[in-house]
Design a protein around this ligand. Structure first.
Ligand code: S3P
Length: 173
């Protein structure tokens, strides 16, 4: 893998994985971060959709969550491109994925806004994980996954805005 450095922020062009619950801004802010640093942007959900020739909702409906998780894990573990990589909120469920994320060759940035912010963004969305759960169940899932994100993260930020992500990755150098 080529490892150069962003000239302005002095951030090495290694893979920077963005983790966090649904609605934490991984894709929205991740794209902005990639543009700012002039790094390529990737989205694991999109890679899964390309590989399966189906969108995420159809995969859950027709192939099931296990199939989705297997493809997700395969993509993560074989990852070999530098840049900013938005992952899906459930990437940390699998132990193999968590072991991969805690390796040293890349960075893992956890986007961790407060529950109220997340709740307002996801509650009316059509994500399969949201559609099949009540609000209390989603809150419980958020609590449970918080521990797993913490376990995998090198750095974290409350994901208020782009500057907060830039600060998090810059201060880690
Ligand atoms: C999931 C989150 C989704 C997507 C899939 C499962 C999850 O990604 O991977 O619907 O289990 O939290 P986002 O976090 O980008 O919404």
């Amino acid at each position: 893998m080529q490892t150069n450095t962003n000239q302005v922020h002095n951030i090495p062009a290694i893979p920077i994985f963005l983790i966090g619950f649904m609605g934490s801004g991984k894709t929205f802010l991740g794209k902005q971060l990639a543009e700012k640093l002039q790094f390529p942007f990737f989205d694991v959900d999109l890679e899964i959709e390309k590989k399966s020739n189906m969108n995420v909702n159809d995969i859950f409906q027709h192939k099931g969550e296990k199939y989705f998780r297997d493809v997700e894990s395969g993509i993560l573990i074989d990852w070999n491109k530098n840049g900013i990589i938005a992952t899906g909120g459930g990437i940390v469920i699998s132990k193999i994925n968590r072991e991969f994320l805690t390796k040293k060759e890349h960075k893992v940035l956890w986007l961790n806004p407060p529950w109220e912010v997340i709740r307002s963004r996801i509650i009316n969305s059509y994500r399969p994980i949201v559609l099949e759960r009540t609000e209390d169940e989603l809150f419980e899932l958020w609590n449970k996954r918080t521990l797993l994100y913490k376990e995998c993260a090198d750095i974290s930020c409350d994901a208020r805005n782009l500057e907060c992500l830039i600060d998090a990755v810059s201060n880690d150098q």
